[in-house]
Design a protein around this ligand. Structure first.
Ligand code: TXA
Ligand code: MG
Length: 318
């Protein structure tokens, strides 16, 4: 059900849950200070309570409402990338609900870059806890129609069109080491890359991806219902199509650059990382709905610009 910005502000202020657009994916939002409202998010998503939520704020000036400190290193990152597809994990301030943080000592914060949601944040004056507006382990929504398809037509959604980034935010934790010096690490890949952050802060990340530090980032995430396989080259893709069709399997294909000249269910995405990311979840939603036996994906290039896409592809394989 589509609702207006005014109605969204009204509902959020009264402890209700509303799906909102961001530049990454649609979020399922609630007042981050209202525990009954927060519980509704977990219930609607069927999300385990050990998986913490990102709090969306209007601008940097709200950071210290939620975080205990805003280290200079984190300020530099925020200044460069907010509003935008980057989440900062900082030490939480006293008084932040343990339902938001899932009992961790840290809090995840993001200033999203979407005019509709900026307006909702400003008008409501709230911090909005919002995970992606999909059921736990299913594909994230990049259009309001995906939200209603996944969570039901009665979910109130503010329509903000197609999300322009299309993959979830990069998550960066900033913390103090034993010497009291600020350090950073990458907790989730996104379209803002670790190398962009590294060249900004002139300091390498403390370690590689620390998946254990990100509850809920288990492998089976963002997966379509249909089995999905990645084919390393166009040749192996074509061979796999022949093999599967011989075995009477119905195949749907996601290619890039140039379409296959075959009559089968096929979507072609552009061979540019940002354009591919922008269309990727919509493509998975579409191919998944065809009811094929297998979705075959032509592998994107194995270069750094494609890392976040590879991360989501790996999670979609099963
Ligand atoms: O782009 C995005 O980040 C979208 C939009 C709606 O903002 N949100 C999103 O939320 O992807 P979600 O809940 O699907 O993923 C958030 C991730 C989870 O894996 C969670 O474990 C991690 O952020 N996270 C949240 N709070 C954290 C914390 N305090 N420490 C470490 N990881 C945290
Ligand atoms: Mg999610």
């Amino acid at each position: 059900m589509h609702i207006s910005v005014t109605e969204a502000v009204e509902r959020l202020s009264h402890g209700e849950v509303v799906a909102i657009p961001t530049e990454t994916v649609y979020g399922l939002a609630a007042d981050a200070r209202n525990e009954a409202a927060l519980q509704k998010i977990y219930a609607i998503k069927a999300r385990p309570s050990h998986n913490p939520l990102i709090v969306h704020i209007a601008d940097q000036s709200a950071v210290l409402d939620w975080a205990d400190r805003f280290p200079a290193l984190a300020q530099t990152i925020a200044h460069a990338f907010w509003p935008g597809p980057l989440t900062l994990v900082l030490k939480a301030a006293a008084g932040v609900s343990p339902i938001v943080t899932a009992n961790q000592v840290t809090i995840a914060l993001r200033v999203p870059d979407h005019p509709v949601t900026s307006q909702i944040l400003k008008q409501s004056g709230l911090g909005l806890a919002a995970p992606s507006a999909n059921r736990y382990t299913q594909i994230s929504p990049t259009q309001s129609e995906h939200v209603m398809k996944g969570l039901g037509v009665h979910i109130p959604v503010v329509d903000g069109g197609l999300c322009k980034v299309g993959l979830e935010s990069t998550i960066v934790e900033v913390f103090e080491d034993a010497q009291g010096e600020a350090q950073w690490r990458l907790l989730r890949e996104g379209m803002i890359s670790a190398s962009q952050i590294e060249s900004l802060v002139k300091k390498p990340a403390v370690e590689g991806l620390a998946l254990t530090k990100v509850p809920g980032q288990h492998r089976l995430h963002y997966a379509p219902k249909t089995a999905l396989q990645v084919c390393a080259t166009r040749e192996t893709l074509l061979e796999q199509i022949v093999d599967l069709e011989e075995a009477s399997q119905r195949v749907a294909v996601l290619t890039m650059g140039q379409a296959l000249s075959l009559t089968l269910d096929q979507l072609v995405l552009e061979a540019s990382p940002s354009k591919y990311a922008n269309q990727f979840y919509a493509a998975l939603h579409h191919l998944d709905a065809l009811g094929a036996d297998v979705i075959l994906v032509e592998a994107p290039p194995d270069t750094v610009e494609w890392r976040a896409i590879w991360d989501r592809l790996a999670r979609a394989v099963h």
